[in-house]
Design a protein around this ligand. Structure first.
Ligand SMILES: NS(=O)(=O)/N=C1/NCCS1
Ligand SMILES: [Zn+2]
Length: 268
């Protein structure tokens, strides 16, 4: 464990490399865990894969909160107003939330990698299968229950659409803090090209780690500024009451074995 004591106001803020939670040694029978490295030359082009069809209503955006792992922007998923279909999906999936994973430096932070290439951060847009299930909590337990879009972030020009979200982060610095957050269109965080992606069957990368996810990882990344990413790192894993505050950084899971899985690509 490397602990750098960073003096920060009256409390010490610890920046330390540590697993975000005590990982179970292995998920019983876990042969489709996430995240993974995407070995491009081993992926298989599938001409049957269709373009993703997303239709998000910004009016369904409700709140932004710090859950102690990341910060989540949550959407009203009681109707089919914000949906994802197409791609490898057979059903219509409802957007319930999006969140990010990032590092303490720009050298790492993403959960997935492409030919072992790390990105400074990764966005996850989480959807559940509303054709087959009534609630996210139900779908999360089923092997065709969830669909998560992964988008890599690179440091470059400022992302204008992200700034509204960045400006809300100081209000949710501590774990379990929540503020109202409305009229945010998550489509603004998708890359221009959403037709090119890799897809595979995997799991959630934070508890409950269930093997219920159809992953679609975008080939094209988005760009955010160094300063915008620095605000992500100003968040804390810890609640306001705790004596020792820990910076919310390195909130990514260690990579998992591909086992017998094949990653398919929607592009050749
Ligand atoms: N990072 S992730 O999206 O795979 N994990 C999750 N756990 C609970 C809802 S989303
Ligand atoms: Zn995630």
């Amino acid at each position: 464990r490397r602990c750098n004591l960073l003096a920060c106001s009256s409390k010490y803020v610890l920046s330390q490399i540590h697993p975000m939670w005590q990982e179970p040694l292995a998920i019983p029978g876990g042969d489709r865990q996430s995240p993974i490295d995407i070995a491009v030359r081993k992926s298989v082009f599938d001409s049957e894969l269709k373009p993703l069809v997303y239709d998000y209503d910004p009016q369904t955006c409700q709140q932004i909160w710090n859950n102690g792992y990341s910060f989540l922007v949550e959407y009203d998923d009681t109707t089919d107003k914000s949906t994802l279909k197409g791609g490898p999906l057979q059903d219509t999936f409802r957007l319930c939330q999006f969140h990010f994973h990032w590092g303490e430096s720009n050298a790492w932070g993403s959960e997935h990698t492409v030919d072992r290439r790390l990105f400074p951060a990764e966005l996850h847009l989480v959807h559940w299968n509303a054709d087959r299930y009534s609630l996210f909590e139900e779908a999360v337990m089923e092997d065709n229950g969830l669909a998560v879009i992964g988008v890599f972030l690179k440091v470059g020009k400022r992302h204008e659409g992200l700034q509204k979200l960045v400006d809300a982060l100081p209000a949710i610095r501590h774990k379990d803090s929540v503020v109202e957050f409305t009229r945010f269109d998550p489509a603004c965080l998708l890359p221009a090209n959403t037709d090119d992606y890799w897809t595979y069957h995997g799991s959630l990368t934070t508890p409950p780690l269930t093997e219920s996810v159809s992953w679609m990882v975008m080939k094209q990344h988005i760009e955010v500024s160094h300063d915008q990413l620095a605000v992500f790192r100003s968040l804390l894993f810890t609640s306001a009451e705790e004596d020792v505050q820990r910076s919310m950084v390195n909130n990514f899971r260690v990579q998992q074995s591909l086992c017998s899985r094949t990653v398919r690509s929607s592009f050749s």
